[in-house]
Design a binder for this molecule. Structure first.
Ligand code: ATP
Ligand code: MG
Length: 410
């Protein structure tokens, strides 16, 4: 679990502000849900046999014996809130986005942490494949706007309750023939979660399943039509994508369209965003039978990709150096007035020498400095120095804010 420090936070703020901006353009409104939910919510939605529920959740009993869990992902909490607050009665289509910390007990490594952050979006109430394309278009637009180009979009269809069970059985039969080559995890789960084997990173499992049957070849007519339409709309919107028939997602609720934004720049943590359709999820949680689709972006992975491209934190616009007690007190009032006027002003609080104060102004990269001592207090004027070109100008202390505003906006 990481601290996010000044110097890093500017990148985070940029990524969040851009999300608010882009998602807002597409008609999404922000929703904030608590960081803890009843454990049962995640077991029922994500699925009992998934990695998240089997081994990654921070689950505890509270003092009244309720089992609670720190949210490992954002979709289930948003669905819970959507149902509880009857948001479907306000509008037949809901477009929601969220951002915040998620918690998974995983082995920490680059791009994988125990508290990490997601920015996610969900659309409820639309079955039309146009909405799949729109969600992907928004995701694509977001990556363009944050300036990350080295990602590619992979899509797949996982079928539906109509066509997946038949395919699933075929896959189980196929895996049964090759059990010896599978890793211990997959030998254990091939019957309960056979699709997960296709996604396993173990080389034995990869080799044993190169010619495994694919969901795409077993889609029912409706799923086939839906997937074709999604591809058609993506082409019309000129959004580049690749079909990856082996892509499965680690959460049970996905049906039909699933997708990932992947990069080759983060080693094995190659997914920076992932999502898909979850028609049936709202109903299975006790809400109305509404289709849904969404995604979540891993913010830490975005930050890693932004890498060297640090956004420079704002520097002071004025550093006031003061000599003597009276001047220091006056500098303090002056600085506060400037801050109230929206100017980033700084001063020294440690009674340092003038030389040391100027060194600090330099270190902070202040745009201007102002020196005040007894003389200046008396005359009500001081020298304002531009640090870039060392030019000095006379400034009336009573009109400092206006003067600085003028100089800073030039
Ligand atoms: P992975 O295959 O990397 O474990 P996942 O399939 O578990 O990812 P999702 O549950 O789909 O991931 O979450 C969406 C995104 O959240 C991921 O694509 C990734 O960018 C990010 N993410 C997931 N788990 C972590 C983690 N432990 N630390 C940092 N980011 C994460
Ligand atoms: Mg994972």
């Amino acid at each position: 679990m990481n601290d996010i420090l000044p110097g890093e936070i500017e990148t985070w703020q940029f990524l969040e502000a851009t999300a608010r901006n882009v998602f807002g353009t597409y008609g999404f409104a922000e929703i904030r849900t608590p960081a803890v939910e009843k454990t049962e919510l995640f077991c029922r939605s994500i699925g009992e046999t998934t990695d998240i529920v089997e081994k990654e959740m921070y689950t505890f009993d509270d003092k009244s014996g309720n089992s609670l869990t720190l949210r490992p992902e954002g979709t289930a909490p948003v669905m819970r809130s959507f149902i509880q607050n009857r948001l479907h009665t306000l509008d037949p289509v809901s477009k929601l986005f969220y951002m915040g910390p998620m918690f998974r007990y995983e082995r920490p490594q680059k791009g994988r942490y125990r508290q990490f952050h997601q920015i996610g979006a969900e659309v409820l109430g639309v079955e039309d494949p146009k909405i799949d394309a729109q969600v992907l278009s928004m995701l694509n637009q977001y990556f363009c706007r944050i300036g990350i180009e080295s990602v590619s979009l992979q899509i797949n269809s996982l079928g539906c309750p109509e066509c997946r069970p038949g395919y699933r059985q075929q896959l189980i039969d196929y895996l049964e023939q090759r059990l010896d080559s599978l890793c211990a995890d997959c030998q254990r789960r091939y019957k309960t979660n056979p699709l997960r084997v296709l996604d396993c990173k173990a080389s034995g499992c990869k080799e044993a399943t190169v010619d495994a049957p694919e969901m795409l070849e077993h889609l029912c007519a409706d799923c086939e039509e839906h997937f074709s339409a999604v591809k058609k709309h993506l082409l019309a919107l000129t959004i580049p994508f690749e079909v990856n028939a082996r892509m499965v997602r680690g959460l049970d609720y996905y049906v039909r369209t699933t997708f990932e934004m992947v990069t080759d720049r983060l080693g094995s943590q190659n997914a920076v965003a992932a999502g898909g359709r979850y028609d049936g999820l709202v109903e299975s949680l006790g809400g109305p039978a509404l289709p849904g689709i969404g995604f979540a972006i891993g913010v830490e992975r975005l930050v890693l990709m932004k890498g060297e491209e640090k956004i420079i934190p704002p520097v002071p616009q004025l550093f006031i150096a003061a000599l003597g007690q009276a001047a220091c007190d006056q500098a303090f009032v002056l600085m506060t007035e400037l801050q109230r006027a929206g100017i980033r002003a700084e001063m020294d609080y440690q009674g340092k020498s003038l030389k040391a104060q100027m060194r600090r102004a330099n270190k902070l990269n202040a745009a201007y400095t102002l020196i005040i001592g007894e003389e200046e207090l008396k005359s009500g004027e001081a020298q304002l120095k531009c640090m870039a070109d060392s030019k000095q100008s006379q400034a009336k202390l009573g009109q400092l804010a206006e003067l600085l505003m003028e100089k800073l906006t030039k």
